[in-house]
Design a protein around this ligand. Structure first.
Ligand SMILES: [Zn+2]
Length: 468
């Protein structure tokens, strides 16, 4: 475990002042970004994503610290189709100082139904201590945390500093980062860094900063169960002919033990860090109805962060309105598996596929298709960058940072690790438990944002004073 000394009090004081003075204009710039409906999904107008890339590039340019600022795209996977525009700005390190890459994404999730929002999704609105709007947190606040931190660094040391900087603001994170690995390939030399900050995660609460050190991976696929050559009358053949729904629900229930934990041999997990997270907070945050009990075993945080989970996320079967007395010949579901850190997505997929094939009841035929895999990730917390980041958080927030996991996945992180194995990765963020990223009434806590900008300013100033 590396040790990092506390930030010099006079440095912390002057950075705090620079961030405080700059905050209104940083929030104004954030609000301008939120007004651009940069939904990266293919069904939405790509012009808005182009506009938001241009706006971010202009902000990067305005800092006056980069050797080069460009908007660039790469092809999606093996196809000819280009991905959404990303912003890439670089500044070479000098004098043996490290290079730090600052990642965030400027695209957003679709807003959903406007009626579910208390204020329009693309009209940034402050209520209480929160800024509401799609992308106000995820992840335009991540973009502005980087910009605001660099502004504070410039206030402190001017534009002629030695720290190397790479600003990488992706444009299609919410659409699966489809061109991400090609983009890394295309810009490998420009993206190389000693430390990578991914500002797209969560804090423990509005008063406690968190460094995310574990992320579950994800495997999703379509499973079709077929038992009959054609549909037939349930009164004529029900009771002897196995229908596909019966076979499907029997098979799906075999995925779970009586306590609701995953019962698939070969899907592995571990224990999460011991943080105070009680049943009441979990019940409240997850929205459990009265009398409904949590599923699984071990601490709640272990269940959420470091054990596997299986969810059936969709089913193709006749609707209730169209239900007739028929034995269904074939039923499809979509299965989503959260893979615990420590296991590859491929190994998790192999385990669940073997389980399904071994336990298909009544000789039912199985077909598995549309398999999608993303590896889990765990941070090596022994490096100097983790120590520097945690100390920066502690100094900026006045509260010790905690190491957390995330139940969800950020699949591109494993691409980053693969491409830049020597880089130290820091997953930070501007969110808090009430942010509701991806949901109606997404919001940013402005106090958290203030502290997140200061944290990053402190980190940049500290790295500018150390050797790589
Ligand atoms: Zn995000």
């Amino acid at each position: 475990m590396s040790f990092a000394p506390a930030t010099r009090p006079e440095l912390l004081a002057s950075l705090s002042e620079a961030v405080r003075v700059g905050l209104p204009s940083t929030i104004a710039d954030l609000s301008r970004l939120v007004r651009i409906p940069s939904v990266s999904w293919s069904a939405f107008d790509p012009e808005a994503v182009e506009r938001s890339a241009a706006a971010v590039a202009a902000l990067a340019d305005g800092l006056g610290v980069f050797d080069s600022v460009q908007v660039s795209r790469a092809p999606q996977g093996d196809s000819e189709e280009m991905g959404q525009p990303a912003v890439l700005a670089t500044r070479a390190a000098r004098g043996g100082k490290p290079t730090i890459m600052l990642y965030a994404h400027h695209d957003v999730q679709p807003p959903g139904d406007d009626a579910d929002w208390d204020s329009p999704p693309f009209e940034p609105t402050v209520r209480g201590d929160r800024l509401y709007g799609r992308g106000s947190a995820d992840d335009k606040a991540g973009v502005m945390a980087h910009i605001g931190a660099i502004r504070a660094l410039v206030e402190e040391v001017g534009t002629d500093f030695d720290l190397g900087l790479v600003l990488f603001i992706e444009g299609e994170e919410e659409f699966g980062s489809r061109s991400f690995s090609n983009f890394l390939q295309q810009h490998e030399a420009e993206l190389a860094a000693d430390v990578i900050v991914v500002a797209d995660s969560d804090n423990w609460d509005t008063a406690t900063p968190a460094l995310t050190v574990g992320l579950r991976g994800n495997v999703t696929f379509r499973l079709t169960v077929s038992t009959l050559a054609h549909a037939s009358h349930s009164g004529m053949f029900g009771g002897a002919a196995p229908d596909a729904m019966m076979a499907m629900v029997t098979l799906l229930s075999s995925l779970y033990a009586d306590d609701g934990s995953v019962a698939v041999a070969g899907l592995t997990g571990g224990e999460a860090a011991d943080l105070p997270y009680d049943d009441a907070r979990f019940r409240d945050e997850a929205g459990l109805l009265d009398g409904v009990t949590p599923v699984g075993s071990g601490s709640i945080l272990s269940r959420l962060w470091s054990k596997p989970a299986i969810t059936i996320t969709g089913i193709d079967a006749p609707s209730v309105a169209n239900a007739s007395n028929t034995l269904l010949p074939s039923v499809s579901v979509r299965i989503s598996v959260r893979v615990a850190p420590g296991q590859t997505a491929a190994a998790a997929y192999a385990a669940i596929e073997a389980h399904l094939r071994a336990l298909a009841p009544f000789g039912a035929h199985l077909e598995i298709s549309d398999v999608d895999q993303g590896n889990p990730f765990s941070v090596d917390t022994s490096g100097w960058a983790v120590a520097e980041a945690k100390q920066s958080m502690t100094d900026a927030w006045g509260t010790a940072a905690v190491e957390t996991g995330i139940g969800g996945s950020i699949p591109f992180i494993s691409d980053l690790v693969e491409k830049f194995p020597a880089a130290q990765i820091l997953v930070t963020g501007v969110e808090d438990p009430d942010t509701r990223a991806h949901s109606p009434n997404e919001s940013l806590h402005l106090g958290v944002f203030h502290r997140a900008v200061l944290t990053e300013a402190v980190l940049l100033a500290r790295l500018n004073e150390r050797s790589a």
